[in-house]
Ligand binder design. Structure first.
Ligand code: IPM
Ligand code: MN
Length: 354
């Protein structure tokens, strides 16, 4: 008998519930094949609950999330809720409260998936972005002076702690070694952000000494954006701060085939981690059975890997590869040649048959 996992499910807003439903079908198939079991605890957190009750993430729910083995998130974001409330109240609050200090975002072009980079192939686009997930400009440090007057001032400071930076960089080096990759690139802005990235650079050098087998590199974030388009094959593992990581992973998503396929994990290596498709709630496709669930299914594969169910994770990943290569006409909503539910069924079919 395999392990039993308690998995929290937050379907959330917009297309979140539709894509999560496909991911859960896949979870069922993977569990049946691999012999683990699980209990799902579903939370109705999101825009609808906020509009109904004014609550974002109640403390009682946060307390329950702490006791789980993993969290599976669909999407957070509602057109009738002012921007920032749900993002900060739910997504960022969970990341911070559960100390999910790594945001791991693979940028991998699977065979058969269209990339806007004309001359690039799957062997050219295969790297991991390790984004710091609890500090930087996201820390909420700053404030207003003389707000709503002609003299108003807004200050928003980037918080970089030695501990926070070091654990993030160490995770990147460990990952590089674990995945038998070659090189870790620090992405910063040492020419302008001379305090924050001075700390990052010194810490990077310090940690690098423990990993003599791993090559190191540095790129300013602006140049790195250029190279991600021109020479993505240069990258293997990129480590960076919260905001730069946010920005470069949208660019990463588009070169790997778009939001339909891009997944990420908010990881606390010693606690509870949360996995999500990175594309958002896509209100205009809600309820139409048109959205691509592959990103959510890829997030599920990451969740399984994180639980230690490596075989199950590999099964799901291989099924994803097979579907995107053989069955999908496009990664874009409405152009896949299949409905959302059919894509989930295809993944299940290959897991069951393989
Ligand atoms: C992401 C998103 C979030 C972020 C938003 C929704 C707060 O863009 O997960 O990348 O900025 O981290
Ligand atoms: Mn983002």
């Amino acid at each position: 008998m395999g392990n039993t996992y308690r998995i929290g499910v937050i379907p959330g807003d917009g297309t979140g519930p539709e894509v999560v439903a496909q991911g859960l079908k896949v979870l069922g198939a993977a569990a049946a094949r691999s012999g683990f079991s699980y209990e799902l605890i579903t939370y109705d957190i999101g825009g609808e609950r906020y509009l109904r009750t004014g609550e974002t993430l109640p403390n009682s729910v946060l307390g329950e999330l702490r006791e789980l083995h993993a969290i599976y998130l669909g999407a957070i974001g509602h057109p009738e809720v002012q921007p920032g409330i749900l993002e900060q109240g739910i997504l960022l609050r969970t990341r911070f409260a559960l100390d999910q200090y790594i945001n791991l975002r693979p940028v991998i072009l699977y065979p058969g998936v269209w990339t806007p980079l004309r001359d690039k192939k799957p062997e050219d686009i295969n790297f991991m972005v390790v984004r710091e997930n609890t500090e930087g400009l996201y820390a909420g440090c700053g404030g207003f002076v003389k707000k709503h007057t002609p003299d108003e001032v807004a200050v928003q400071e980037s918080v970089n702690t030695r501990k926070g930076v070091e654990r993030c960089i160490r995770y990147a080096f460990d990952l590089c070694r674990r995945q038998q990759r070659r090189k870790v690139t620090l992405c910063g802005k040492t020419n302008v952000l001379t305090y924050a990235f001075d700390l990052w650079e010194r810490t990077f050098q310090h940690v690098a000494r423990e990993f003599a087998d791993v090559e190191t590199d540095y790129a300013h974030v602006d140049a790195l954006c250029m190279w991600m388009v021109k020479n993505p094959e240069w990258f293997d593992v990129i480590v960076t701060d919260n905001l730069f990581g946010d920005i470069i992973t949208d660019l990463g998503a588009v070169i790997q085939g778009g939001m339909g396929i891009a997944a990420g994990g908010n990881i606390n290596p010693h606690g509870v981690s949360m996995f999500e498709p990175i594309g958002g709630s896509a209100p205009k496709y809600t309820g139409k059975d048109m959205i691509n669930p592959m990103a959510a299914i890829a997030a599920l594969a990451m969740l399984l890997e994180n639980l230690g169910e490596k075989d199950a994770s590999r099964l799901v990943e291989n099924a994803i590869k097979q579907v995107v290569r053989d069955d999908l006409q496009s990664m874009d909503a409405g152009r896949m040649g299949h409905t959302t539910a059919e894509v989930g069924d295809l993944v299940v079919k290959y897991i069951t048959e393989n």
